[in-house]
Design a protein around this ligand. Structure first.
Ligand code: NAD
Ligand code: DAU
Length: 350
């Protein structure tokens, strides 16, 4: 019989791509998607797999320890792939507590449930924690994050993720829990909530709204196609070494302003607008407090040990992303109505 895997946060952006990959690729596995369905969780993301016999959705909160204990006692999962989190840096600046609760206490609750269920018998078991490159802090013009880069988190979000990484390692060393951690760079692609830069810019271009660029726009991120990330997670889940950490990156660094220029040009082309139209919407706005200057991942360990590399060129990925948002107007309208408008007004002072 195949494995029973609990995926947390499976209704979110990255989680939904991970769930789809496992459900499609492993018909003999049983995939349980545990998600609280916060503003960022959306079951529309999984319409194509929701009726599959090897897939079950469970609505629940990782902050509820008693609920998790019962869930683990009932299903006795073989593996956990933990993605549930509060994930947006700007929201963590406005409301850190939600990040402490879900990202730290929620992770601790899951670790306890796994430890108590597996009782020191780690054979065939794995707790896979999905983390971020932001735990390493900020780079200057040169250099890359490697797995041994010292932790230096600088936002409430990254501090909460760093804390959860430390707890996962502590449970490995103290209780022998079988774990792997991956720290990845900025993801992009279909189904990303439009609070994040790329879908926000696509949505605003569509509606001829200003494109807010924080500070001087020369902040740099390393963009990773979300399906490449899901495939890296699947590989590490099956082939990664117990106790190890793997960095995942897109090998695709862009200054924000360069990225937005590219997106503007793609959108002009797709919308049939004269070249240069969307660039006129660019608006430099006040900076994010504590804004990290540059992230860049060295993913050599993953390439050399497990053979993973990103498959898609940035231009191709950005075009596919823009096309997806234009083709999924209803999805975009649903997530940007209601609470999103309030968030947007507060965040951008409009
Ligand atoms: P997301 O915000 O799109 O989705 C998070 C999901 O977690 C949502 O479905 C939400 O409903 C669920 N969730 C939140 N709180 C919960 C709780 N208390 N109990 C159960 N479910 C809860 O996030 P994402 O961008 O898909 O990120 C997924 C993971 O990957 C996160 O751990 C994040 O830190 C990490 N990560 C993201 C990126 C990125 O670029 N998006 C990069 C590196 C790492
Ligand atoms: O590096 C991995 C991280 O990437 C993940 O851990 C986070 O969950 C994810 O949200 C992402 O964090 P960032 O803060 O880098 O992503 P965001 O899309 O919010 O911003 C990307 C860059 O664009 C950043 O330099 C801030 C800038 N930005 C963002 C927004 C929303 C703007 O200039 N204007 C904006 O309106």
């Amino acid at each position: 019989m195949g494995k029973k895997i609990l995926i947390t946060g499976g209704a979110g952006f990255i989680g939904s791509h991970v769930v789809r990959l496992f459900v499609n690729k492993y018909p003999d596995y049983r995939i349980y998607n545990l998600d609280k369905l916060t503003y960022a969780g959306n079951l529309e993301n999984l319409k194509d797999v929701e009726d599959r016999p090897n897939y079950t959705f469970i609505k629940g909160d990782i902050n509820d320890a008693a609920f998790l204990d019962e869930l683990f006692a009932t299903h006795r999962f073989d593996g956990v792939i933990h993605l549930a989190a509060e994930s947006h840096v700007d929201r963590s600046i406005a409301d850190p507590l939600a990040f402490i609760n879900t990202n730290i206490i929620g992770t601790l609750n899951l670790l306890n449930a796994a430890k108590d269920t597996w009782q020191g018998d780690g054979e065939g078991k794995l707790f896979y924690h999905v983390s971020t490159d932001e735990v390493y802090g900020s780079l200057g013009e040169e250099g890359f994050f490697v797995e041994t880069t010292p932790y230096d988190p600088r936002s409430p979000y990254s501090a909460s993720k760093a804390s959860s990484d430390h707890l996962v390692r502590a449970y490995h060393h103290t209780y022998g829990l079988p774990v792997v951690i991956s720290n990845c760079s900025n993801n992009y692609g279909p189904n990303q909530f439009p609070e994040k830069l790329i879908p926000l810019v696509i949505n605003n271009i569509k509606h001829n709204k200003p494109l807010p660029i924080y500070g001087d726009g020369k902040y740099t991120r390393d963009w990773l196609w979300v399906i490449d990330h899901a495939e890296a997670i699947e590989l590490i889940f099956h082939k990664g070494k117990n106790g190890e950490t793997y960095n995942i990156g897109g090998n695709n660094e862009r200054k924000n302003i360069e990225l937005v220029h590219t997106l503007c040009d793609i959108m002009d082309d797709l919308l049939g607008r004269p070249a240069g139209t969307s660039r006129q919407l660019i608006s430099f706005v006040k900076d994010r407090p504590g804004h990290d200057r540059r992230y860049a991942i060295d993913a050599a360990k993953l390439k050399n040990e497990l053979g993973w590399e990103p498959t898609i060129s940035p231009e191709e990925g950005l075009r596919l992303t823009a096309q997806w948002y234009l083709a999924n107007e209803q999805w975009l309208n649903n997530v940007t109505s209601g609470a999103y408008q309030k968030y947007y007004e507060l965040q951008y002072d409009v």
